[in-house]
Write a protein that binds this ligand. Structure first.
Ligand SMILES: [Fe+2]
Ligand SMILES: [Fe+2]
Length: 230
């Protein structure tokens, strides 16, 4: 499991940390299992274009995070310590790098990088933007669950890239893995530092539960293997 839970950032999550950890463990395990199943099937007929489609959805999420993080900073950043503005901006910069790199990997496999929200990411995107409108910590909580989920798919992805000699895919995912540890840890730190009231904690749990349900329905063996059969 991702080892980013012991970050120093305040005690604001303490009353709900059991449920938060349960949600995060659940989305991580689901994404890992689904990715492994996808690549088990992919191995039987490893067409680059299928992997390109699998990665194109991720590319969209990377650029949507750039938009979301910058809007989070714009709307709420001055309520945070300055160092957290800097760290969120660093995350936004890295998400832009991920969009560039994953898009390059998609194109190296013969696919097309997305420039608008793909249908299977629509609900995910809408939920995050709704969270951003509701509460300063809600979008942070939602993307923390989503990024934890994405982390579960990283290792199966670069192992498959290695097996099939997709060097660009391996290189990109090694970098993303390092950055995602920082992103998931930063989210946890911000939530723990700024959650003060039960209302804050309820908003955090609402956002995480909502993202959990979206991840569970988006990240299914059926949705993954649909790519292999279409
Ligand atoms: Fe990313
Ligand atoms: Fe990230």
């Amino acid at each position: 499991m991702v080892n980013v839970r012991n970050v120093r950032g305040g005690t604001g999550l303490d009353p709900i940390s059991g449920e938060v950890d349960e949600i995060l463990d659940s989305v991580f395990a689901n994404a890992r299992r689904t990715s492994e199943e996808f690549f088990d099937s992919f191995d039987k007929n490893p067409q680059p274009i299928v992997l390109a489609e699998w990665l194109a959805t991720r590319a969209w999420r990377e650029i949507d995070y750039v938009f979301l993080l910058n809007e989070e900073i714009h709307r709420y950043g001055l309520g945070f310590e300055r160092k957290h503005i800097t760290l969120l901006a660093k995350q936004a910069f890295q998400e832009a790098e991920h969009y560039e790199l994953v898009s390059n990997a998609v194109e190296s496999l013969g696919g097309t990088a997305p420039t608008s929200v793909p249908p299977d990411s629509q609900r995910w995107s809408e939920f995050l933007w709704e969270c951003l409108d509701r509460h300063p910590l809600a979008a942070v909580a939602a993307w923390n669950a989503s990024e934890t989920s994405a982390t579960g798919s990283l290792e199966p992805t670069f192992l498959a890239g290695e097996r099939h000699g997709f060097d660009e895919v391996v290189r990109v995912h090694r970098k993303i893995e390092i950055d995602e540890k920082f992103h998931v840890g930063l989210g946890r730190q911000v939530l723990g530092r700024y959650a003060k009231t039960d209302d804050d904690r309820n908003e955090i749990l609402r956002a995480m539960r909502g993202m959990h349900d979206i991840a569970m329905s988006m990240f299914t063996p059926e949705s993954a293997t649909r790519l292999l059969t279409s």
